[in-house]
Design a binder for this molecule. Structure first.
Ligand code: PLP
Length: 431
């Protein structure tokens, strides 16, 4: 198997299959000619993997899917219009018929809010654990209707880490999958499947794309998990939609016994709900992935330098990042993140809201907005923006203090970024 740096540029693409185009072409078409009735039969029975209709598949999108699956060592992937689509599809598909997912509450605000208030409307209940740092607390919530455990490998906004192998072992003891949102880490910094995760979710909008120009998402399936018929009957249900060449209905398990969830999602969720990624957006994410290693390396180093700088500022109450001197995640970072634990950090601003506004206004090299993983450095007051829908109890359970400021370190020169922060502190506090 080639190295990550080779796969991120080469995996999933053979120019000879695409008119020898060196760069991945954008197949900007809604539909594909079927050729003949005989070929149509091959396409519908999935004997021939080629385009039919871009809502369910497209050659540009397929390259993205194969490339990211290769980077993570997954059996396969499905690319979608957004990270939230990836999260929604996964939760709804696993809990079909009424089930629950056990989750840490330390999550991206949209995930937390949808888990608390939206998915339960569809019978998909999320049970948040009482102590997210204790595997026993996850175990305490598992019942006969539980269909998965869900965490973020590096949480947004506080960069908290988990013992992934411990949670994977726990999930497997109860015959349920471990689902991880690996958005902040990206496949460059962390390979969840190697450590036991079964389903990996990405908002490709962030570090994968890396340029803040595209909304996209992905779901990866390891191929290592066996879904039992008792807990997941939907994957054993035969359907004409995934029929054989001779028109016999099949189940997702019969189509691909390692890509069961992905087969189910493509056949029913992409087909009926949509949320397909456009070929152009898939192309933009591929462009981003070409340089992921260099970007992430520098962004992590920039984040670590900013952490060091913030730690000595008296106007800063606390700094959260696994590289921070008092971080409780040092051992986990050493075990799971040898290249660094991400470019996302948070700190406690000691001034008033007016002072924070003045601070933001003065910054030249940090954009005040809600995205992360961009080449540009970004800053935001999470409890009032990305996590504004969380009430006080939820914020407390998620470990988000009211004075939290989140930084996503970009690719600018670290000294310029630090000088920018310093000038803003002096402007606000006079020191
Ligand atoms: C960790 C994480 N997961 C998922 C999402 C949702 O992704 P998208 O905005 O692409 O829908 C976000 C967005 O901020 C995120 O930070």
């Amino acid at each position: 198997m080639a190295d990550f740096d080779t796969l991120r540029i080469r995996a999933g693409y053979n120019s000879a299959d695409h008119n020898y185009a060196v760069n991945v072409p954008i197949y900007q078409t809604a539909s594909f000619d079927l050729g003949s009735i005989e070929r149509a039969r091959s396409l519908w029975s999935l004997e021939e993997a080629a385009g039919i209709y871009t809502r369910v598949g497209n050659p540009t999108v397929s390259v993205l899917e194969e490339r990211i699956a290769a980077l993570d060592g997954a059996h396969g992937a499905i690319a979608l219009a957004s990270g939230m689509a990836a999260i929604s599809y996964t939760i709804l598909a696993l809990t079909e018929g009424g089930g629950n997912i056990i989750a840490s509450q330390s999550l991206y605000g949209g995930s937390e809010d949808s888990f608390s208030h939206f998915f339960p409307r569809f019978g998909a209940n999320i049970k948040f654990v009482k102590d997210r740092f204790d595997a026993a607390s996850f175990e305490a919530e598992i019942d006969e209707k539980t269909r998965g455990i869900y965490i973020e490998t590096i949480s947004n906004p506080n960069a908290e880490l988990y013992d992934i192998e411990e949670l994977a072992d726990l999930a497997h003891r109860y015959e349920i999958p471990l689902i991880v949102d690996n958005t902040v880490a990206t496949p460059y910094l962390f390979n969840p499947i190697k450590h036991g995760a079964d389903i990996v979710i990405y908002s490709a909008t962030k570090g994968l794309g890396g340029h803040g120009n595209t909304i996209a998402g992905l779901i990866l399936e390891s191929g290592n998990f066996t879904y039992s018929k008792e807990k997941f009957p939907q994957f054993y249900e035969k359907s004409y939609k995934i029929r054989t060449r001779n028109n016999e209905p099949r189940s997702p398990y019969e189509v691909d016994n390692k890509g069961v969830l992905l087969t189910h999602l493509r056949a029913f969720y992409l087909e009926f709900i949509g949320a397909a990624i456009s070929p152009f957006d898939a192309f933009l994410i591929l462009q981003g992935v070409d340089t992921i290693s260099e970007r992430l390396n520098k962004q992590v180093r920039n984040a670590e330098k900013i952490v060091k700088y913030l730690e000595q500022k008296k106007e800063v109450a606390w700094v959260k990042h696994p590289s921070a001197s008092n971080s409780p995640y040092k051992a986990l970072a050493e075990k799971y993140f040898p290249k660094g634990a991400g470019a996302l950090l948070s700190f406690g601003f000691t001034g008033t809201e007016e002072q924070l506004d003045k601070f933001f206004q003065h910054l030249k090299y940090f954009s005040y907005h809600v995205n992360i993983g961009d080449v540009r450095s970004l800053i935001v007051n999470s409890p009032k923006t990305t996590h504004a829908e969380l009430d006080e109890t939820h914020l407390k359970n998620a470990g988000i203090e009211t004075n939290t400021v989140r930084i996503s370190a970009g690719l600018e020169n670290a000294d310029d970024l630090i000088a920018d922060l310093e000038e803003a502190f002096i402007h606000v506090f006079g020191t």
